[in-house]
Each structure stands twice: as structure tokens, then as C-alpha cells.
Design a protein around this ligand. Structure first.
Ligand code: BES
Ligand code: ZN
Length: 436
């Protein structure tokens, strides 16, 4: 059935189907699959104002990993995906951030805290009963908020030889351990820093807090009579650095992913699509790492590619490039280059990690980072605002990645595991372009 519709390349496919949808319908082959809109009709549904408005909305303030602002951004994104008909989950994961590291076992405040599970003892609320039979020498004591004031708990565990204290900071997040929103904020942990600083005897202990960060994962099942049992992913990160609103890094990628999710739901697909926005990228690519670790081996083997969109809207950066972790072409760059050549001009590929495509690559999934490089002077500053966002650039990236997704999910193309057999990518070359 598919073979009747196979064309030498999807460049030819899109040229053939250029024109009105009525024309496309008249020339389309007889098939039991639902009629699919033509590539240009699909692309015309992408509305750059939606992307721009979402960048403006998300970039009103910083969305630092683990903060309420990041959580609210995740809820906003989830709301959009839900509205478009996706099955959406908020995936919670734990991150560690240094609160105070005064003295013993302090660590680099600029690095996310790497927890050595073997050094942590859970002492609950540090009641006498909780502490009765535990050996805390050289250990971090994990304390649950509530009960005795935090100061007293710290004193108690220190007496037993603890070198550090850890706790969940729910203060600004306003959520409980199950992720449910609390009406009232947790005042105990809100004041922990002050209390510890006020308590001279406690100055020789490291105090860390753990925080919740979230990924937003939206899935859409194939809706064509043929189902290839394959998955394609487009991703971005919704967190920002603490000191800037991250309009380009990476509200631009996040808003583009949202709009692509909207238009992809309007077409016919034989491939499952997943739109993901990750938390805590700026802390060390933590969210996407947490996500790939939840994928089963079956899901990994069915995933044909990940398109990562990061910093895709600044007029002050260089031109569009696709970076792979190993510096080799893959199905994602082949699709991206071909779509770009058809719609605009051919784009190169290069070698770079430093974003959420890395964990996918490490699991053996073809992945590439779409970014404009060298990056703009506003990168990771308070000037990374909506004032430095170009609708033209947002639109170009959305159309290039959108066309790639349209082609890869089309019921007229066979399994992308064997894509080399029917699709000849355009010629595009490696460029050793500095990113900064
Ligand atoms: N959007 C950037 C990616 C990037 C790559 C910017 C290269 C500039 C040059 C990303 O959000 C980022 O800043 N990543 C961190 C990753 C680190 C925390 C592991 C980086 O590159 O410093
Ligand atoms: Zn980024």
C-alpha cells in the first residue's frame, strides 16, 4: 500500500503536493489511510504570533530550576498540550541545591549537588525515637519538615556526628511531597537559611536542600490506519538561568515546541509524536537525563530521533546550525537539512553537546541541537528578553523542524529505520563553527 506512494525523496513529495489541498486530494493515491494535508498547507498552519506570544509570556521573569517559576511554566506548558489533545504528564524529579555550605564538606555552589546516597541517612523529623539507633558519624542527615524547629533538629543530629543536613524545600514551591499544591506555604523551610545563619554553633555544618523540578511530556498516538510503531521527539528546556528571563534560552525553543505540537495534532500520522519540555537543563541537563532514564528499552529502540530546539529566536546570533554530540550526521540532521534547503537554504551540521540532545544520544537515539551560532551577547544575561527575539527566526526554525516532523510521521513514508532506502538527503557539510 505504501509503495504506491513512495517517491525518490521527500523533496519531490513536497513539490508534487505543492498547491491547494483540493489538488493534493485529486492527485493522492487511493489508500485506506485518512487523507493527509499537503506539506505547504501544514506549514501554513504554523502561526509565529503564537510562538512569539508564548515566549513573551514565559520570559516575564527567570524560571530557575526548582523554583515556583519553573513549576508554573511547566503547568502553563502542560495546559497547552492538554488543550491540543495530547496525553500529558508532569514528570517530577529531585534536584539538589546547596543552601549553605559552611565548613565541613562544602561544595562548589555553581555545580548541582551530587548526592552520594551512601552518605545520607533519613532521620524523618529527628525525634529522639527517630535518632535512637542511627549512626550519623560522617553522614548527612535527611530531615523532614514539621515538628520541632529546624534549629533543634540540626543541633540533635550534629551531636550525633552528622556532617550535613538535607531537607526538602517546599517553601516557595507550595507543593507537598506528592506534588500536590499546598494552600499554605511551608514556613519552617522558608526560614531555614536565616535560622541557620543566626545559630553560631551550626556554622560548621553543611546544609543542603532538595527541590522538585519537572519535565512536561506530551504524547500523541498515530491516527492513521498504518502504525509504524515508531516514536519521534521534539524537545526544548523550559528552565532558565537564575539571573535572566531566558527569552531565547530557552523560552524560544519551548514556545516553538508548543506551536509544533498544536499543528502536528491537526495532521495524519503513522508515527507517535512526543513533545517534551525539560526542567533543570541549566543545572547540568538534569531533566532530559531523568526522562531518558524512564524510557524502556522498547521505547528507546522505537524512537527514531530527537529534535532539540534551544536558542532559536535571537536576531543577534549567527545562523542556524545542527549540532550532534559525536559530530556525525544522522536522520535528524538529514531531515533538517533537507527541509531547510527546500524552504530556505541548506544548513550545516557541527559537533556540540551542551543541551538536552545529549542524554538521547547517550541512549543511542539519533539527536541534534538546532541553534543559531555563535550565540548572542545576551546569552545567560538579564538582557535575554523578548526585546531580543526575532519572529523571522522563530518562524524559520518552526518551519524547518515542522516540515521534518511532517515528513517523518507521514503515512506515505515507510519506516524511518530504513529511510536511507527511499530518501536522499540534500548535500550539507560539517562546519567547525565556534558556538561562543
Ligand atoms: N542554550 C544553552 C546551550 C549553549 C550551548 C549555549 C553552547 C551556548 C553555547 C544551554 O542552555 C546551556 O547553557 N547549557 C549549559 C549546559 C551545562 C549546564 C551542562 C552550558 O553550555 O553551559
Ligand atoms: Zn539553553
Amino acid at each position: 500500500m505504501k509503495s504506491r506512494h513512495i517517491l525518490s525523496s521527500f523533496l519531490a513529495t513536497s513539490l508534487l503536493l505543492t498547491g491547494t489541498s483540493a489538488m493534493a486530494a485529486a492527485t493522492a493515491p487511493a489508500t485506506d489511510a485518512p487523507q493527509r494535508i499537503a506539506s505547504d498547507v501544514f506549514l501554513n498552519q504554523i502561526n509565529v504570533d503564537n510562538i512569539y506570544n508564548d515566549v513573551a509570556y514565559l520570559a516575564k521573569a527567570p524560571r530557575e530550576a526548582g523554583t515556583n517559576a519553573e513549576y508554573q511554566a511547566a503547568l502553563y506548558i502542560k495546559g497547552k498540550f492538554d488543550q491540543f489533545g495530547y496525553t500529558t504528564t508532569l514528570q517530577r524529579f529531585t534536584i539538589w541545591k546547596n543552601y549553605i555550605a559552611a565548613g565541613v564538606d562544602s561544595h562548589d555552589k555553581n555545580k548541582p549537588f551530587e548526592l552520594n546516597q551512601n552518605k545520607v541517612v533519613n532521620v524523618n523529623k529527628a525525634t529522639d525515637a527517630d535518632l535512637k539507633n542511627v549512626d550519623l558519624k560522617g553522614m548527612y542527615a535527611m530531615i523532614t519538615p514539621g515538628g520541632t524547629p529546624i534549629k533543634e533538629k540540626i543541633k540533635k543530629v550534629m551531636k550525633k556526628g552528622a556532617i550535613g543536613v538535607m531537607m526538602l524545600d517546599t517553601s516557595f514551591q507550595g507543593i507537598d511531597k506528592e506534588g500536590k499544591q499546598l494552600v499554605k506555604q511551608d514556613s519552617e523551610t522558608a526560614n531555614i537559611q536565616k535560622q541557620v545563619e543566626d545559630t553560631v554553633e551550626l556554622k560548621s555544618i553543611g546544609v543542603d536542600a532538595y527541590y522538585y523540578s519537572y519535565n512536561v511530556i506530551a504524547k500523541l498516538a498515530p491516527n492513521s490506519t498504518s502504525n509504524l510503531n515508531e516514536i519521534v521527539i521534539a524537545g526544548a528546556h523550559h528552565d532558565s538561568v537564575p539571573n535572566g528571563p531566558g527569552a531565547n534560552d530557552d523560552a524560544s525553543g519551548t514556545a516553538t515546541v508548543i506551536e509544533l505540537a498544536r499543528v502536528m495534532a491537526l495532521t495524519t500520522r503513522d508515527t507517535e509524536v512526543r513533545f517534551c519540555t525539560f526542567g533543570s537543563e541549566e543545572l547540568g541537563i538534569l531533566g532530559s537525563n531523568a526522562y531518558v532514564n524512564t524510557l524502556t528499552t522498547d521505547e528507546i529502540s522505537r524512537t527514531i530521533g530527537e529534535f532539540q530546539l534551544d536558542m532559536v529566536g535571537s536576531p543577534n546570533a549567527g545562523s542556524l546550525i545542527m549540532y550532534t554530540v559525536d559530530g556525525y550526521k544522522n536522520v535528524v540532521t538529514d531531515l533538517g537539512a533537507t527541509a531547510a534547503a527546500k524552504l530556505y537554504t541548506v544548513i550545516p551540521y557541527g559537533k556540540l553537546g551542551r543541551s538536552d540532545h545529549e542524554p538521547f544520544y547517550k541512549k543511542g537515539i539519533p539527536a541534534a541541537l538546532f541553534i543559531y551560532a555563535p550565540v548572542e551577547p545576551q546569552y545567560h544575561t538579564a538582557q535575554d528578553t523578548i526585546a531580543n527575539i526575532s519572529k523571522t527566526r522563530l518562524s524559520q526554525t518552526a518551519r524547518i523542524v515542522g516540515d521534518s516532523l511532517y515528513q517523518i510521521t507521514s503515512p506515505s513514508t515507510p519506516s524511518f529505520k530504513t529511510y536511507k532506502n527511499f530518501f536522499t538527503p540534500v548535500n550539507y557539510s560539517f562546519e567547525n563553527r565556534p558556538v561562543q
